[in-house]
Each structure stands twice: as structure tokens, then as C-alpha cells.
Design a protein around this ligand. Structure first.
Ligand code: PMP
Length: 283
């Protein structure tokens, strides 16, 4: 595989990053994951806008313009012959003597990108649905910034796995914030899609935004508000959204079936129309 590190395309075995990189020492970095379907990028513009926002919130310089980043994304797709999978991009505050204080503004940020070939569109889990375990949300209070501090989400996924589930939903004061690496949604008996409103408590998912718009255009009533774990367990349907899973039905929460315990009609339809729109608008 060819990866991109600070201005150069290199074989992954030859890629290096300083041991003083603040991403490594302080998790002082942000990232984006963009999906590739049929060799094309999905929702590239919105992902770059969110990257710019994450950088701004952390007062971190941008390593390249959106146009340059597009060229690098495409450069990796071509070099690796990527047809379906993900492009991971990470920006850190760069290498500097270890100090809690940020280094001088002219410190060069580090920019790393790599690809992961994966089956995404026809993932078997999309047909069967996934099982969720609830886990307390012990992350920091700025989850709207897409930082590389992913230790707690990683622990939450391991906890979910140890309880026989596929993924975790994070819960705070009885309320579902989001999934460990996705946004959480439910559908009520009258067909209303409920999803947590945007704030510092959750990541502003690019797929969440796209799906909410498609749902509204399709005549689904959408309510952006908090919902409790109890409400989710008693919902007619549940699903998660993310760049890599699109719309993924949830069929079980903490061992309790959601609705009929099979992927719901609204989740299945939203997956279909999301993928159709993704194919249409891919660049
Ligand atoms: N929430 C969290 C905590 C995430 O890590 C992700 C995926 N990066 C999402 C939500 C979904 O965001 P997106 O649709 O932009 O992939």
C-alpha cells in the first residue's frame, strides 16, 4: 500500500512520523474518514468543512487547502487502485519538544493519509442488523471535535463485544448520546425518526446530516431531540449512521429485541436512498 506522509507518497513500510509528534504524545490531532464507492469519494466537501471546524476549535493550523486535500485523496485512490473502502486522514499539531503548552504557531502540522480496502455496500450486517450494548459515556465534553483521542470509544466497543454485542451506544444520565463511532437514531411507532440534536455532546455526523435531509425529502417526520435508553429499547426501529456503515439497522439493545427484532422498513429504505444519493453525488 502507498500512504501519504507530509508531502510524499511512500510505501507504508517506509512511512515515518516523529516520536515527538503531538498526535502521538498528547492525542493533539484531528481526523476524517471519507468513503470510496466505485472509486469515487462520498460527501468529500462536508468532511473537509468539518475538518476545518475541528482545526479551528483547537486553534490548529490547516496543513493544506481543500483542493490540495482532494488531490491527495484522489492520488491515493489511484495509486492503490481503491474501488471500495475508506480514506483515513489525520492532522496533528506536529512535532515539538514535549510540553503541555502548544508549540509556536509556525510549527508544521503533520498530515497522514492511508486507504483501507473494504466491502461496505454489501456488508452482511446490513441485512441482519447489529446488536448494541449500552455503556456509560465517559468521554470528554467536546465530542463535536473529531479528535484522535479514541481510547474510550475503543474500550466501549470491547465492553460491548464482551457482552455479546456488535457495538456500543454511549449513555449519559439515561440519555443516548451516540454510538462509539456512529450517530444513534430511533423510529417511533408512528414512524417519526428521532435523533439527538446537535451540540458539544455528539459528533456532527456527515452521514447523519445527509440521512436526515433524505428522510425529510422522502416524507419521514424528523425530530431532533434527546431520547433515553428506555425509549430506544421500546422503539419500533433503531439504526446508526456513519461514513463507513451508511445506515445500519440495530435489532437488539442490551439483549432486548427492537421492534420485530429484524431490520426495520424505514432503516432499510434510508440505506437504499442514501446509497443511491451517494452514487449520484460522488466525486
Ligand atoms: N459519532 C462518532 C463518535 C463517530 O466517531 C462517528 C464516525 N466518525 C460518527 C458519529 C459518524 O460521523 P460520520 O457520519 O461523519 O462518519
Amino acid at each position: 500500500r502507498t500512504v501519504y506522509v507530509n508531502g510524499a507518497y511512500v510505501p507504508e513500510e517506509e512511512a515515518t512520523i516523529s516520536v515527538f509528534d503531538r498526535g502521538f504524545l498528547f492525542a493533539d490531532g484531528v481526523y476524517e474518514v471519507t468513503t470510496v464507492l466505485s472509486g469515487k469519494l462520498i460527501d468529500f466537501g462536508p468532511h473537509m468543512k468539518r475538518l476545518a471546524r475541528s482545526l479551528g476549535e483547537l486553534d490548529m493550523p490547516s496543513p493544506a487547502s481543500e483542493e490540495e486535500l482532494l488531490t491527495i485523496h484522489r492520488g491515493l485512490v489511484t495509486r492503490n487502485g481503491l474501488n471500495e473502502g475508506l480514506i483515513y486522514m489525520q492532522v496533528t499539531r506536529g512535532a515539538a519538544d514535549r510540553d503541555f503548552m502548544f508549540p509556536p504557531k509556525d510549527t508544521a502540522p503533520s498530515l497522514v493519509l492511508f486507504t483501507q480496502a473494504m466491502v461496505l455496500r454489501d456488508k452482511p450486517a446490513a441485512r441482519t442488523g447489529i446488536r448494541i450494548a449500552s455503556v456509560p459515556d465517559l468521554r470528554w465534553a467536546r465530542r463535536d471535535i473529531k479528535t484522535v483521542q479514541l481510547l474510550y470509544p475503543s474500550m466501549a466497543k470491547m465492553e460491548a463485544k464482551s457482552r455479546g454485542a456488535d457495538d456500543a451506544w454511549l449513555v449519559e444520565d439515561g440519555i443516548v448520546t451516540e454510538g462509539s463511532s456512529n450517530n444513534a437514531h430511533i423510529v417511533t411507532a408512528d414512524g417519526t425518526l428521532i435523533t439527538r440534536d446537535l451540540s458539544h455532546s455528539i459528533l456532527h455526523g456527515i452521514t447523519r446530516a445527509a440521512v436526515l435531509k433524505l428522510a425529510a425529502d422522502d416524507g419521514v417526520k424528523v425530530e431532533e431531540r434527546s431520547f433515553t435508553l428506555e425509549e430506544a429499547k421500546n422503539a419500533s426501529e433503531a439504526f446508526v449512521t456513519s461514513a463507513s456503515t451508511f445506515v445500519m439497522p440495530v435489532v437488539e439493545i442490551d439483549g432486548q429485541p427492537v421492534g420485530t427484532g429484524t431490520p426495520g422498513p424505514i432503516a432499510r429504505r434510508l440505506r437504499e436512498i442514501y446509497l443511491a444519493e451517494a452514487d449520484r453525488s460522488a466525486i
